[in-house]
Write a protein that binds this ligand. Structure first.
Ligand code: SF4
Length: 334
């Protein structure tokens, strides 16, 4: 089983310094199995609750759960900080990264041949692997590659999240490919969709370097097909998430106005977790417009039974101009 490096002494010090009498701990599902040591340490000094809900990103801070518990202190594991959230003044949130303990350099060296034609390489990573970026850079340079690490909106050089790949954009005109250190396709796909530049994933769990381009092209084709199905929609469900960093009521109202100006109907749907099951009962809807996480309408599209489109895509659909559609601009990834 994979494991993580979590700075427990830092968390304990914060709890003691803040004189916290009760605290809510939240973490992504993949990290939850590794929280026992932290929770055992916390239970000696405070009353600790674990959020059993999903924790998708720094946008998804468990303020409502904390409020229901009368808890003012949240320990948020696995993300660097708030994403599009202004934390209310009466709450305090400690963000603590969880760095994966997994072999990476050996995987790189075993698969490095796949990068042969693509120097200079733009190096990027999810937060879980960001502490290994310099080791990977050194290894690439020893093999003769030129390596660049960009800086964007996020705190660590080379760091990306699903909705912010600005570290990639900052060096896009200077590299021949990106190498994204992350488990799964999610982070690399965001880089490719935003930049259109050849992107490889160094997935330490799969033990491989994977070219994301063919996968991304399939996803893009599926998305264009769904956009074209939405052209005929009469009844749109405009999805509003109550997650603090995904809540976009102003955008939702603007989109409803646009849809109605085009003689179609729009219904506002409020949700915490946006799942097909939660939407399917509204059977009279023909398509959804997602104002929440911008990755939802591209990554999970195949699980929704109706077309799901994003904020930046509604104009293409309402004007029937799919031929002008531009992935790099429309997907609202920074
Ligand atoms: S990609 Fe989605 S889930 Fe992740 S931080 Fe951005 S809005 Fe949140």
């Amino acid at each position: 089983m994979e494991s993580y490096e979590i700075d427990i002494p830092r968390i304990v010090k914060w709890v003691l310094d803040e004189k916290v009498d009760k605290v809510l701990v939240q973490a992504p599902d993949g990290i939850k199995p590794h929280l026992k040591e932290l929770l055992d340490s916390l239970s000696k000094i405070t009353s600790a609750y674990i959020s059993g809900s999903h924790t998708w990103g720094g946008c998804d801070i468990a303020l409502q759960e904390a409020d229901a518990l009368g808890v003012k202190h949240i320990i948020h594991i696995g993300h660097h900080g708030p994403v599009r959230v202004r934390i209310p003044r009466d709450f305090k949130v400690l963000f603590v990264p969880a760095f994966a303990k997994v072999e990476i350099v050996d995987v790189l060296e075993g698969e490095i041949e796949k990068l042969r034609d693509y120097t200079p390489v733009g190096l990027l990573a999810s937060l879980q692997h960001i502490n290994r970026l310099n080791d990977i850079k050194k290894s690439l340079e020893e093999k003769g590659y030129k390596v660049l690490i960009g800086a964007g909106n996020l705190p660590y050089s080379g760091q990306i999240i699903g909705c912010d790949v600005s570290a990639a954009a900052s060096i896009a005109d200077k590299v021949n490919c990106f190498l994204v250190v992350a488990g799964g396709f999610f982070h690399g796909l965001g880089v490719y969709l935003k930049t259109g530049i050849k992107t490889f994933i160094l997935d330490p769990y799969a033990g491989r370097i994977i070219d994301i381009e063919p996968i991304a092209k399939r996803i893009m084709a599926r998305h264009l097909y769904n956009l074209s199905k939405a052209l005929d929609a009469e009844n749109f469900g405009v999805i509003i998430s109550i997650k603090p960093g995904q809540y976009a009521m102003g955008k939702a109202l603007e989109i409803r106005r646009k849809i109605e100006q085009h003689g179609r109907r729009a219904y506002l749907i409020v949700l915490d977790e946006i799942t097909p099951e939660n939407l399917e009962n509204l059977a009279f809807l023909d398509a959804y417009v997602n104002t929440a996480c911008p990755r939802l309408n591209i990554d999970n599209e195949d699980v929704f039974k109706k077309p799901i489109i994003g904020i930046g895509e509604i104009d293409y659909v309402l004007h029937g101009e799919i031929e002008k559609y531009d992935f790099h601009k429309a997907l609202q990834i920074l």
